[in-house]
Ligand binder design. Structure first.
Ligand SMILES: *[C@@H]1O[C@H](CO)[C@@H](O)[C@H](O)[C@H]1NC(C)=O
Length: 85
């Protein structure tokens, strides 16, 4: 059975390009999430917790075990009493 050698070059190109795109996407997503994988399907509660983490640490994916909140924490919250346009 003849081997289609001429097809191996484009096959290699497609394989390398998919790998490069996936790796770059992975690196970009992790760079935006403090080295953690990105979050998907975030519900309202998780979004609220991530906003609290942002107020506590300065980043939505940040975490802290320090029980004393940073200065200004008690006034940095937004009460959502009405929909903001
Ligand atoms: C992204 O990179 C991390 C660390 O380098 C690795 O553990 C993870 O499996 C990668 N994710 C994908 C989808 O390749």
């Amino acid at each position: 059975m003849p081997v289609p050698w001429e097809a191996l070059l484009p096959f290699g190109l497609v394989t390398v390009m998919f790998g490069a795109a996936g790796t770059l996407f992975n690196v970009s997503t992790r760079a935006q999430n403090l080295g953690k994988p990105g979050r998907y399907g975030v519900d309202k509660w998780e979004d609220m917790m991530m906003r609290r983490d942002e107020r506590l640490t300065g980043h939505r994916r940040g975490q802290t075990s320090d029980p004393t909140p940073p200065p200004g924490y008690e006034i940095s919250s937004v009460w959502e009493t009405e929909r903001v346009a």
